[in-house]
Design a protein around this ligand. Structure first.
Ligand code: NAD
Length: 263
């Protein structure tokens, strides 16, 4: 069987854990060269160890420490892959959900700013520099995947106003880029995960009551797993999805289509 990402040069931000790490593993199994990028150098080192034994033979796996909210660091990350022949795929996945992010009346302004800096500007910088690389290397089938969230499409009475707003911006940005660059062979989609079993969410759900408030709405009654997102990202990155563009690509176990779940 031909690997679906054979020879593609891929960047993943937030690659040290959760969805990013699972995606790096799947990409490397599918023959991609992967630049694993993250702000946390220690967890990134451990993630690289996990990946090495699982990659396809001959693929290039390297790491890069980068805070996506800093443009010079994002540019340096993309420049790193320029020396491999330019970027084919970028998965702008790094994101935060801050514990002090709450309702509109009590979320501190600095938390609002921090969230937009990482979740929105980080994606903007990633798109800007990766698309420049894709264009200058005349890539014919390039893919940008930006991580949004189901919260950009549904309201919740457990607010995280800065996070929700940031993910709405990711969806709008991705849609516009998709239309701008379609004729140059660059597709842009948003991955919209449902609630997952990763530290980002589970650290918030520290009581059974908090968890139940969410699982009651999930058609399957369970949170999603990071690997279930990663497999969707492989599809969006590969030419298997060559006519999928500009989508809010929901991988949410049916949550956004559900009214009342079965008992
Ligand atoms: P995670 O916390 O497990 O992983 C996020 C990674 O991003 C971490 O390795 C972290 O070090 C890195 N990171 C944080 N700030 C960064 C920065 N400034 N620059 C570079 N890297 C940075 O989270 P996850 O659950 O894998 O989430 C990944 C993405 O999926 C996020 O964008 C998140 O908003 C989104 N998402 C998650 C869920 C969920 O339930 N977990 C649901 C919907 C969307």
């Amino acid at each position: 069987m031909v690997a679906r990402l054979q020879g593609k040069n891929c960047i993943i931000t937030g690659a040290a854990g959760g969805i990013g790490l699972e995606t790096a593993i799947q990409f490397a199994k599918e023959g991609a060269n992967v630049l694993m990028s993250d702000v946390n150098a220690n967890t990134l080192r451990m993630a690289l160890e996990q990946l090495k034994s699982r990659a396809a033979k001959g693929v290039r796996i390297e790491t890069n420490v980068c805070d996506v909210s800093k443009e010079d660091q994002v540019k340096a990350m993309v420049d790193h892959v320029e020396s491999w022949g330019g970027v084919d795929v970028i998965f702008n996945n790094a994101g935060i959900m801050h514990p002090k992010d709450d309702g509109v009346l009590n979320t501190p302004e600095n938390i609002w700013d921090l969230t937009q800096d990482i979740n929105v500007k980080g994606v903007y910088y990633g798109c800007k520099h990766a698309i420049k690389s894709m264009l200058s290397n005349k890539k014919k089938s390039a893919s940008v995947i930006n991580t949004g969230s189901f919260v950009a499409l549904m309201g919740a009475a457990t607010p995280q106003i800065a996070y929700t707003t940031s993910k709405g911006a990711v969806l709008a940005m991705s849609r516009e880029l998709a239309i701008c660059y379609a004729k140059q062979g660059i597709r842009v989609n948003s991955l919209c995960p449902g609630p997952l079993n990763t530290p980002l969410l589970q650290e918030f759900l520290d009581t059974e009551e908090k968890a139940l408030r969410r699982t009651i709405h999930l058609p399957s009654g369970r949170f999603g797993e990071a690997i279930e997102q990663a497999k969707a990202v492989v599809f969006l990155a590969s030419d298997d999805s060559s006519y999928v563009n500009g989508q809010d690509f929901l991988v949410d176990g049916g949550l956004t289509k559900s009214y009342v779940t079965s008992l």
